[in-house]
Design a protein around this ligand. Structure first.
Ligand code: GLN
Length: 191
């Protein structure tokens, strides 16, 4: 199995480290040809406006959409914003998942926090780290909310092989969400 990590900006090194820990071969994706032969792709957290602008500059927008139509893709934090159809702001988006996302929904960097969230499909609560994180306002047309905070705020969704999380599993020591994504890849979701 070969997994790509979009390596334009943001926390891609940490995703790569977690995938290596799980024994997976990883490719850093910076150009369209780097998608060839991959079984799945992770879009990391960072700054969604920067990731979007760089993706446009490197001619990655259409290749990423074509890849996602036939493979699992997981977006964490800024990656979730980049995968959304609707965010109420003008910036480059892949527009894959029919989700409405609000950027910076929990305040500033200093308001970062960790909390345990119950995620559908995981056996025990997950330590979720939120850094200037987005939240999900709505999931439509096959996109399902799979995690909420205690106050009901939606923070993760899935649509077949597409996964989005508001938080940063690559910055914690818990590999279960990476394993969950790899299980979607093994099942051949979206393929
Ligand atoms: N606030 C960032 C954005 O809007 C996301 C933050 C993150 O990825 N940790 O893109």
């Amino acid at each position: 199995m070969k997994i790509g990590v979009l390596a334009l900006q943001g926390a891609f090194i940490e995703h790569i480290a977690m995938l290596h820990r799980l024994g997976v071969e990883v490719v850093e994706v910076r150009l369209p040809e780097h998608l060839d032969g991959l079984d799945g792709l992770i879009i990391p957290g960072g700054e969604s406006t920067t990731i979007g602008k760089l993706a446009e500059m490197y001619g990655l927008m259409e290749p990423l959409r074509a890849f996602a139509a036939a493979h699992p893709v997981w977006g964490t934090c800024a990656g979730m914003i980049f995968m959304a159809k609707e965010i109420g702001l003008s910036q480059p988006l892949l527009g894959l998942m029919d989700i409405v996302v609000e950027r910076n929904a929990f305040g500033r960097q200093v308001d970062s926090f960790t909390t345990h969230v119950t995620i559908t499909g995981l056996d025990a609560p997950f330590p979720a780290l939120f850094i200037r994180a987005p939240r999900l306002i709505e999931a439509r047309n096959g996109a399902q909310i799979i995690a909420r905070l205690a106050d009901g705020t939606a923070v993760a969704a899935q649509e077949n092989g597409w996964l989005v999380t508001s938080f940063h599993p690559e910055l914690t020591n818990d590999p279960r969400l990476h394993q969950y994504f790899l299980s979607l890849v093994k099942q051949g979701q979206n393929v």
